[in-house]
Design a protein around this ligand. Structure first.
Ligand code: ATP
Ligand code: MG
Length: 502
């Protein structure tokens, strides 16, 4: 008999009258990974936040270890052994790993009033070693890769003796080897009898760790099933209410003249002598391992980071880009990788977020912004991208993760531009919405724009791009046509490190 760690029934929650969860049930056993699946905005994060005491439920009952718990707060949840690793990581980047792990309950000397750094470091080191994680507890968190930061979050949860671990899209920013590392940890936690609630849009990875799956749609509980007894098609149709046949819709269209040409671009250590051409009606995928310099390349090109040298030619004309506004004016737009940091003003409304980069289009000759035009633009964006939101006047921070990403993509669609740089645009986006984003990009391609598309998911690049550039260590190591590219060839090119001269 499985030992039940937690059970929730009839959970209902609304935000300002708009329902996010309706009569949802969920349970978690010891030694189980229970996946929570559903489209963007289905209510997954809301449910786990209720289970972790971050949000209060409107109705329903929660039992932990067989006992009913009234009004769960974050503190109470932590005391009950529930820890949540949020969709957007939550560490203090200027503090060390050990300081983050013990934040808010600092390890003190025996008298209990002096912070003991060494004891904290030792304790943190022990926890990290126990998980086989190779991180120095004294490292400043901001210097760690996202994957390592995630490991620190897990270590933090375990240091609080968490029995129930909630992971909200833990792998969305990880490479395949980092995912394996995470799964190794998840499996060992499972063996130790922990229960894990696991949210992910990367359905292919579920088979490696998941025992049961619960699917939510529009805040409703659709079904809970044993993972081994289901198929991917079945999961998807439960999630979206229909089946999706074409995973990566690729459209053929004539390739026109060169839109964007980059010659010998150098910037910092990670952008080295980059040259390529992007033509009308072409989607060029940029493949490479994490840290290959793909994001750095788009940032330098766009004018966020300083260029050391290089030429940029748009429609046959040399242009100067010193800052992002130069880019936008010239007709090059960027959808950045880190939506929370670079793509979205989370304290502003959705309407403002969409209007902001398009002020030139919605203001009068005298520079007065037309609220009506801004509203129209935001509504059009919402409809085009099927963004799930109650009102465009809401703070964008209240959108579900995937819907935030849609706003970041959508705000550019109101403009005429010539080239678009998409950096991991489908990260954290559900299966159905991904296809919507592919269709939008395909539309841009058919209108004769040039598209640069950075992605860490090889099947996506192989399925969607017309041509593929491979990067390794800041350089371009391969330029492949769609028909010539395979996963193996790309991986080989992605690991062509320059031989160091001894
Ligand atoms: N703090 C909040 N205020 C208002 N509305 C909210 C808030 N948090 C969530 N919502 C709304 O509740 C609904 C469910 O959101 P939730 O974040 O739970 O979705 P999700 O399933 O986690 O989606 P994703 O896969 O995109 O992360 C959405 O419509 C969202 O806009
Ligand atoms: Mg979410």
């Amino acid at each position: 008999m499985a030992v039940e760690l937690m059970r929730a029934e009839h959970i209902t929650k609304a935000f300002s009258g708009v329902p996010a969860l309706k009569d949802v049930r969920f349970s978690l056993n010891a030694g189980e990974v229970h996946a929570l699946l559903g489209e963007n905005g289905a209510g997954k994060s809301t449910l786990v936040k209720i289970l972790a005491g971050v949000y209060t439920k409107d109705e329903g009952t929660i039992w932990v270890g067989g006992a009913e718990v009234e009004s769960l707060t974050p503190k109470k949840a932590a005391d009950l052994g529930i820890a949540i690793i949020h969709q957007e990581l939550n560490l203090c980047s200027h503090l060390s790993v050990a300081e983050n792990i013990f934040l808010g309950r600092e390890v003190t000397r025996s008298k209990g009033w002096l912070l003991n750094k060494r004891a904290a470091n030792d304790e943190a080191r022990k926890i990290l070693q126990g998980l086989n994680i190779d991180i120095d507890p004294e490292t400043v968190v901001g210097q760690l890769q996202v994957s390592k930061q995630q490991m620190v979050e897990i270590a933090k949860a375990l240091s609080q003796n968490a029995r129930i671990l909630i992971m909200d899209e833990p792998t969305s920013a990880l490479t395949s080897s980092e995912i394996e590392e995470l799964f190794r940890i998840v499996r060992s936690l499972k063996e130790k009898g922990h229960g894990i609630i696991y949210i992910s849009h990367r359905l292919e990875e579920l088979q490696h760790i998941v025992d049961r799956a619960t699917i939510l749609r529009d805040g409703n509980h659709v079904t809970t099933l044993n993972y081994s007894e289901t198929t991917m098609q079945e999961l998807i149709s439960h999630m979206v209410g229909r089946s999706i046949t074409e995973k990566f819709p690729h459209v053929k269209c004539p390739v026109g003249k060169t839109v964007l040409e980059v010659k010998n671009l150098n910037a910092g250590r990670m952008v080295r002598d980059i040259s390529f051409e992007l033509r009308e009606g072409e989607i060029v995928g940029i493949a490479g391992l994490m840290g290959a310099g793909r994001t750095e390349m788009t940032r330098a090109l766009y004018g966020i980071d300083k260029k050391q040298s290089g030429e940029i030619i748009l429609d046959g004309r040399a242009i100067t880009i010193r800052k992002p506004s130069d880019s936008i004016q010239q007709g090059i737009v960027l959808v950045p990788e880190d939506r929370k940091k670079d793509g979205l003003f989370t304290r502003l409304s959705i309407r403002n977020n969409i209007g902001m980069p398009n002020l030139d289009l919605i203001s009068s000759y005298f520079g007065i912004v037309s609220k009506t035009r801004e509203k129209d633009m935001a509504h059009k964006c919402r409809d085009d991208l099927k963004i799930r939101l109650a009102s465009i006047e809401y703070d964008s921070a209240n959108l579900s993760g995937g819907n935030q990403q849609k706003v970041v993509v959508g705000k550019w669609m109101a403009r005429n531009f010539r080239a678009a740089l998409f950096d991991e645009p489908t990260r954290g986006i559900d299966v159905a919405a991904k296809v919507e984003i592919y269709n939008i990009i395909n539309r841009l391609k058919q209108q004769g724009m040039g598209i640069l598309f950075v992605s860490s998911e090889l099947p996506e690049i192989l399925g969607f791009a017309d041509r593929i550039l491979v990067m390794c260590d800041g350089r371009i190591t391969g330029d492949l046509l769609r028909k010539d590219a395979t996963q193996e060839i790309i991986l080989d090119l992605a690991t062509r490190f320059e031989k160091k001269i001894a």
